[in-house]
Design a protein around this ligand. Sequence first.
Ligand code: ZN
Length: 277
Amino acid sequence: MQDQKTTNNKIANKNDLTLIRSELLAATSHAFLGRTGGVSPPPHQSLNTGLHVNDNPGNIKKNRARIRNCFSIENKKMVIVTQVHGAEVVDIKNNLPPETTKADALITARPSVAIAVQTADCVPILFFDPNKKVIGVAHAGWRGTLNKIAEKTIAAMVKNYKADPADIHTALGPAIGPCCYGVSTEIIGDFKDKLGYDLKDIRGATDGDKNLDLPGINKLQLEAAGVAPYNIDQTRICTACRSDLFFSHRRAGAAASGIQTGRQLSYIMITNNPEGY
Ligand SMILES: [Zn+2]
């Protein structure tokens, strides 16, 4: 029995863009991006890709173009949808869905189509089945995690592409860690009572009774869906601890004060020319 993969994800930089890649996804083009290298002024400085956070749309257009240029993604082939903290998985077969499409996960077997999610504390998850050549991306906040979005993404890859969960490689990107994510007793209760998790799984390595380990719970859900522990790469970088490099909704005080912050992008794409790990 192999151990959980020990990650040594390097925080890298390309054209001033902060990025993290996973060795498990080395056969694809992919990146968990940070907040650096864009044009947006504070409080969205600087690589904001989110349309719904009161940034100038012109800045967002420029930031998204920088990302496409940096990773050789064709114009109009980067798919971003409207995330609603739900558990809807959209399978992209022919037409690319417009940005108004409401979903929190995307899957596709189409080459040269970059599927993306936007986050600022929530967990971005990338999926790749090297046998069936199908990829996926999911956005898991506490609501999506309660709705088991990671398991539902795997289920869609199995149903639509006959993927075997044991073959699927996954990586969890930078997200708020249990160190910085205190939540209400009600939310803790939902994870305990509705999903049946132990408090030690919910709070991770902390001893706080209200701390929530979102990346840790998503890892458990991937394992429950049949993903091998050594095929789960955990970045374990906390967005609130590293708000110098990553947008953090919690660190910006966005929930309490109404101050906005940006959204960073994570994407994966099937290509014949992966940039490697
Ligand atoms: Zn932290």
